[in-house]
Design a protein around this ligand. Structure first.
Ligand SMILES: Nc1ncnc2c1ncn2[C@@H]1O[C@H](COP(=O)(O)OP(=O)(O)OP(=O)(O)O)[C@@H](O)[C@H]1O
Ligand SMILES: [Mg+2]
Length: 255
């Protein structure tokens, strides 16, 4: 069953066709990988889905409703969360605060109402207790050491920052998580940890649209793979179909 369906999406920047008439779907409970050489249009496609930029043409339907032109906060509330190619976290805030911000994107709870318990208020106290559970469950889910919970994120290692960024996205309880190069800058052991986190996320019911250049890792984790080149759809299939696909060899090896 489809979770997201993108139809005939096009986007040009001046004379450059960054995305040219691309259609695809993300199914429920799957990891769909989006691969292609540098400049293929992968990030642009994520930016179009999440309304960071507007398409020239095309439609996106999510959970059977059009999300064309919807504000980004509405898209998050409907169930699409993302991370960014350039690691984007609130560097001067703590890991906990980053996760609260992700959670508040869906619930509307603000930082003050969660943490300020000096003036006792029963409802506020209940909210804080229920949020504390969400927070600690997520910290455990992404395998972040609890000792870092109140550390400013700029003092954490890259893998821990990535854990925080993913926890922040997951805190909005998405049905679809968009990950743009989550393995970049990680060593092999760390990359395996993030791959395991993706498998756990999928097992918990969240679909993933994954962009990454680490093709071995991508093939090991995804159910389907879609290939883009120069903004054009090239092909789509299971990892084993894509590995030996003639067109993919042309794109990557110039054969
Ligand atoms: N805001 C923009 N203004 C002008 N050109 C842009 C803009 N965003 C992207 N492009 C161009 O569109 C093309 C696709 O870029 P995009 O970032 O989507 O590629 P990508 O597949 O994510 O590449 P990479 O693997 O290097 O991240 C590139 O030629 C890029 O220079
Ligand atoms: Mg990119």
């Amino acid at each position: 069953m489809n979770l997201l369906k993108a139809e005939n999406i096009s986007k040009s920047f001046g004379g450059l066709k960054a995305i040219n008439d691309v259609s695809f779907e993300v199914r429920k409970a799957e990891i769909l990988a989006l691969i292609g050489p540098n400049g293929a249009g992968k990030t642009t496609l994520l930016n179009l889905i999440t309304n960071f930029i507007k398409p020239d043409k095309g439609h996106v339907v999510f959970c059977d409703q059009s999300i064309d032109g919807k504000p980004r906060h509405t898209i998050v509330k409907l169930g699409i969360a993302r991370t960014f190619q350039t690691l984007t976290v609130f560097e001067n805030l703590t890991a906990a605060d980053n996760i609260i911000i992700g959670h508040s994107a869906r619930t509307g709870l603000d930082l003050g109402s969660i943490w300020n318990v000096t003036a006792y208020h029963k409802k506020r106290q209940e909210k804080k207790e229920s949020f504390s559970k969400v927070l600690y469950d997520l910290i455990e889910f992404v395998n972040l050491n609890k000792k870092y919970i109140n550390w400013p994120v700029n003092e954490l290692s890259i893998i821990d920052k990535k854990r925080v960024a993913i926890a922040c996205a997951l805190a909005s309880e998405p049905k679809l998580l968009l990950l743009d190069e989550p393995l970049a800058g990680l060593n092999q052991t760390e990359a395996q940890e993030i791959l395991d986190l993706m498998r756990k996320t999928k097992a918990a019911g969240t679909s993933i649209l994954l962009i990454d250049h680490n093709l071995e890792a991508v093939m090991s984790v995804s159910d389907r793979v879609m290939v883009l080149n120069f903004g054009e759809f090239v092909c789509e299939g299971t990892p084993s179909e894509i590995i030996c696909h003639k067109k993919v060899r042309e794109v990557y090896l110039g054969e």
